[in-house]
Design a protein around this ligand. Structure first.
Ligand code: ADP
Ligand code: MG
Length: 302
């Protein structure tokens, strides 16, 4: 009898600590809609969203006083950065080296010449673009502990990896607070924590790049994994029948036109998957295989 009572008490307590309905919080950060859904107390989910916004202030190129902003405005002098910036930049440089510069976090000179959100988009001046690509070279970034030095004619843009990194950090934040069931969505960067409370895996749809946002081509079942997609349909415009989008060839500064419309990677690290989806997009399906093999990963190309 005592044992039965004890068991009932345990079940009751468990019921109190693991909410049966998920809590969702939505914010706009890193230029995208961020949704955190978790079987957890609302306060924890709110803190997770605030943490995400805090990280954006460190890694954003445009937020004045961020680490990246400080590096880009240091005129070639060394800059002390946070552990987060050190870590994400170290990863970005590793993927840059491994992809022979297909992924290059020093692409800012070219990427800032494009405005994909303009009401009347225009193509950048070709002379400015060819000058900009001369200042793209990940090999010139120096990291020494938490000190970063960049030549004064170069600028960083961590847009191809920061969202993935932030999603990993937010997932870590939730896990540290005992959350065992959650789904984070940062515009194409998804991290699943555990399974749903009933033990079912989380389902993640891979969008049809040629369809509407509701059309999908695959459904992936995931648990404790990230699913990251880079596509040419999110930030883009059409001019004279040509699609111009935000994944650029570092050699030309022009949007990559190699027949790829989207790349999806499932991996433990959303930061790595983010850098790799961008790199694989630039390389194209055939040339991306060696890079994927190096990291023991596969990718879905559309
Ligand atoms: P999304 O931002 O939609 O998740 P990506 O992860 O592919 O897509 O990142 C695209 C962003 O990365 C661009 O907006 C730009 O800031 C940056 N970027 C573009 N081309 C490259 C490249 N070849 N290497 C590194 N970063 C890039
Ligand atoms: Mg990316």
């Amino acid at each position: 009898m005592k044992r039965v009572l004890l068991l009932l008490l345990c079940l009751l307590l468990l019921g109190c600590t693991t909410p049966r309905v998920p809590v969702s919080e939505v914010t706009f950060a890193c230029d995208t809609v961020v949704t955190v859904t978790a079987y957890a107390k609302r306060a924890i989910v709110e803190e997770a969203v605030a943490y995400c916004e805090e990280l954006e202030k460190v890694l954003s190129r445009t937020v004045e006083g961020s680490d990246v902003w400080n590096i880009n405005h240091a005129d070639g002098k060394p800059v002390a950065v946070s552990d987060e910036t050190r870590d994400v930049l170290t990863l970005a440089l590793a993927v840059a080296a491994q992809s022979n510069g297909a992924f290059d976090p020093t692409i800012a000179g070219a990427s800032t010449l494009w405005d994909f959100d303009a009401d009347q988009p225009v193509l950048p001046d070709p002379a400015l673009l060819s000058e900009a690509v001369r200042h793209i070279d990940y090999r010139k970034v120096q990291i020494d502990g938490n000190t970063v030095t960049l030549p004064k004619d170069m600028q960083l843009d961590l847009g191809g990896v920061a969202k993935g990194y932030i999603a990993d950090r937010v997932a870590h934040f939730l896990r540290e607070r005992g959350v065992t069931s959650a789904l984070l969505d940062m515009g194409g960067n998804i991290v699943a924590i555990g399974t749903k409370p009933n033990g079912e895996q989380w389902t993640v749809a891979v969008r049809d790049p040629f369809g509407t946002p509701q059309d999908y081509l695959e459904i992936l079942q995931v648990c404790d994994q990230a699913v990251v997609t880079s596509g040419n349909y999110e930030r883009c415009f059409v001019l004279d029948g040509v699609l111009y989008h935000h994944i650029l060839d570092p050699k030309t500064g022009m949007p990559v036109q190699n027949g790829t419309a989207s790349v999806t990677i499932t991996a433990e690290s959303s930061a790595l998957a983010d850098a790799l989806t961008t790199a694989c997009f630039v390389l194209g399906e055939k040339d991306a295989q060696a890079l994927l093999e190096h990291y023991g990963l596969t990718a879905i190309f559309h």
